[in-house]
Design a protein around this ligand. Structure first.
Ligand SMILES: [Zn+2]
Length: 336
């Protein structure tokens, strides 16, 4: 069997003809396998969804119930047979519940990584390289210029700024699923014990993370009225990036605008967004993580998707690995 007969792109997403399912389809389909809860990968309205229990929970929290005709939870490492195709979920280290999906049939194994990273993250299970014939990798940060610094260094930069400006509020933009909880957890791991204030849009998912045993410490709602505005002097406030557009951040006393994203590596991008304190914190693999991971899987062939495909395809070719861009459309990761 040729690899393209086992999985190939269709307008709805990556399709497996023998198993009759899609991986992370962007349109409603009969049977969807979903790698993680970010909205560009996990859509509502499918006939049946197979995903990790956490991803199903996250979809339920975001879309309401029912968000699909039926759901089935996949335990990590468990073999599931779909019309003779063997499917297994493996941790991806991206956000809580995130998984790579291995698809096996006729002696061929293809691993669709979904989004992934290799830096340790206390809010989700670490990525596990899965040996395979074909590895489908993301390439969000697929250029050699992208090298993420250690996350503790970035967190300590934030804490130094908080100590330096005790009268100002530090308002941190971080995506609602994954990044926000990781930033909070990193602050705790770096010894910050005060309450952390969160925007209403982060409440449900942060409470879900806490219910799954991820300790985020004391979280308080970041609701400001004139009387208690000064309570936020010296505070750390976390909100989704969209809240910054509606001037939410300016309600806090003399706010310092911070943004936690892999894109903060690009100074110009931080400047344009009016970010005073850019924090390079990414939930995606950087260049070294991408190339190391490709080597670790031992794949003879690599398909590259959503991001900067060309540079990574070129790197594979220079290293004797067959590679091609997959040109899947519709994936604009909200997670970074
Ligand atoms: Zn994602």
């Amino acid at each position: 069997m040729r690899a393209s007969e086992l999985l190939h792109p269709r307008p709805e997403g990556l399709y497996c003809p023998p198993g009759d399912f899609f991986i992370d389809p962007i349109r409603p389909v009969d049977r969807a396998l979903v790698t993680h809860g970010h909205s560009d990968h996990a859509r509502s309205g499918h006939g049946a969804v197979l995903a990790t229990k956490e991803t199903l929970d996250i979809m339920r929290l975001r879309y309401g119930d029912p968000f699909a005709g039926s759901t089935q939870a996949a335990a990590l490492g468990e073999s599931i047979d779909l019309d003779g195709v063997k499917v297994t979920f493996h941790p991806a280290g991206h956000v809580l519940g995130s998984a790579q999906i291995a698809v096996e049939h006729g002696g061929l194994r293809i691993v669709a990584s979904g989004d992934y990273k290799r830096q340790a993250d206390a809010t989700c299970i670490a990525f596990e390289p899965v040996p395979c014939d074909v590895f489908i990798t993301e390439a969000t940060f697929g250029l050699p210029v992208f090298r993420h610094p250690p996350d503790r260094e970035e967190t300590e930069r934030l804490l130094r700024s908080v100590a330096q400006f005790p009268q100002r509020a530090h308002v941190v933009g971080a995506y609602a699923l994954g990044k926000a909880q990781r930033v909070i957890r990193l602050l705790r791991d770096c010894g910050y014990e005060k309450p952390i204030y969160i925007h209403g849009a982060l409440e449900t998912l942060s409470a879900y993370y806490q219910s799954q045993g991820i300790d985020l410490g004391e979280l308080r709602p970041a609701t400001v009225d004139k009387a208690d505005r000064n309570d936020f002097a010296g505070a750390i406030v976390v909100g989704p990036p969209t809240a910054f557009a509606d001037r939410w951040a300016r309600r806090f006393p003399d706010p310092i605008s911070c943004f936690a994203s892999g894109w903060m590596r690009i100074r110009q991008r931080a400047k344009q967004g009016g970010v005073e304190l850019p924090l390079i914190l990414s939930d995606h693999a950087d260049w070294d993580e991408l190339t190391d991971t490709i080597r670790e899987t031992g794949a003879g062939e690599v398909w590259v998707t959503h991001g900067r495909e060309e540079a990574l395809v070129r790197w594979c070719e220079l290293n004797g690995i067959a590679a091609r861009p997959l040109h899947l459309v519709g994936y604009e990761d909200e997670g970074d």
